[in-house]
Design a protein around this ligand. Structure first.
Ligand code: BV8
Length: 228
């Protein structure tokens, strides 16, 4: 990476799979247990808030029994050692990048450990359950929702993301199926701006043909080998 000045990394559920967190689309994954429309859309939340709050409460509780894996730790090492610009964007709502040592993580789809108040739009750190509809810690209204980006909602910090994609010289995608936009289109943005593009994934993703290079295998092996 000697000549590389600016790296953008995008991670998906695959980087947390070996830590024991379900991915979305593999066999037995999250979307096999629940319909997307029921648990990951504003309409689903309006229709059955308890189903949605329970879905996210369970996933938040699961964080207590999983640990970061060598892939998370390798990216934290890269953040410490790489002299250039590094932007780590994750589609994941878990906290394993932070617990693996990364200090700057852009959660474009939000975080399980954050609550969003629908009345005052305040975000607050959240570790408990929401099924009891607790009051917002700021305005006290009982209108907290998971601070995650559902389908049909705008992902966070898109301006900053596109600015980084336009100026990076290396884009690396790790553990994502390339099934969800706008994240799935980032490789094209980076490539159009002249960046080299690398995919590290267990199997070819929907966007593999867009990458200059694809390496297949488990993230816990591929990412430390790439960072080394
Ligand atoms: C938006 C957060 C606009 C909550 C998630 C038609 C065409 C194009 C787009 C659309 C379309 N119709 C609708 C859309 C838009 C839609 C979309 O893309 N739909 C898809 C289904 C077609 N997108 C949106 O709605 C987005 N918003 O477009 O807004 C807008 C504009 C103006 C104003 C307002 C709005 C918002 C999308 C965000 C949805 N939220 N999650 C939560 O987590 O519950 S999506 C969810 O799935 C994840 O966050 C992630 O982003 C996404 C993809 O999942 P992956 O992370 O890739 O996981 P997956 O299981 O799919 O794959 C895992 C991969 O890992 C696999 O490849 C596997 O091989 C690999 N793997 C497994 N084990 C390992 C491994 N790799 C390495 N090592 C291992 N051990």
């Amino acid at each position: 990476m000697a000549a590389t000045r600016s790296i953008v990394i995008l991670t998906g559920a695959g980087i947390s799979a070996e830590s024991g967190i379900d991915t979305f689309r593999s066999a037995g994954g999250l979307w096999e247990q629940h319909r997307v429309e029921d648990v990951a859309t504003p309409e689903g939340f309006a229709r059955n808030p308890n189903l949605v709050l329970n879905f996210y409460d369970m996933r938040r509780a699961a964080l207590a029994v999983v640990e970061p894996n060598p892939a998370h730790e390798a990216l934290a090492r890269l953040e410490r050692e790489f002299a250039g610009e590094l932007l780590l964007i994750t589609q994941n709502v878990d906290d394993l990048h932070e617990r693996g040592g990364s200090a700057r993580v852009l959660h474009m789809h939000g975080e399980l450990k954050s609550a969003l108040c629908q009345s005052c739009e305040t975000r607050s750190p959240w570790h408990g359950t929401m099924i009891e509809r607790p009051p917002c810690p700021v305005c006290r209204a009982p209108t907290l929702r998971p601070d995650v980006v559902w389908f049909g909602e705008m992902p966070y910090q898109m301006g900053r993301i596109y600015q980084a994609l336009e100026t990076c010289d290396l884009f690396v995608s790790i553990g994502t199926s390339g099934a969800v936009y706008p994240a799935a289109g980032f490789v094209q943005e980076a490539r159009a701006a002249g960046a080299r593009t690398l995919e590290l994934n267990l199997e070819p993703s929907e966007g593999s043909r867009m990458f200059h290079e694809t390496r297949l295998g488990p993230a816990s092996a591929l990412v430390p080998a790439w960072v080394a």
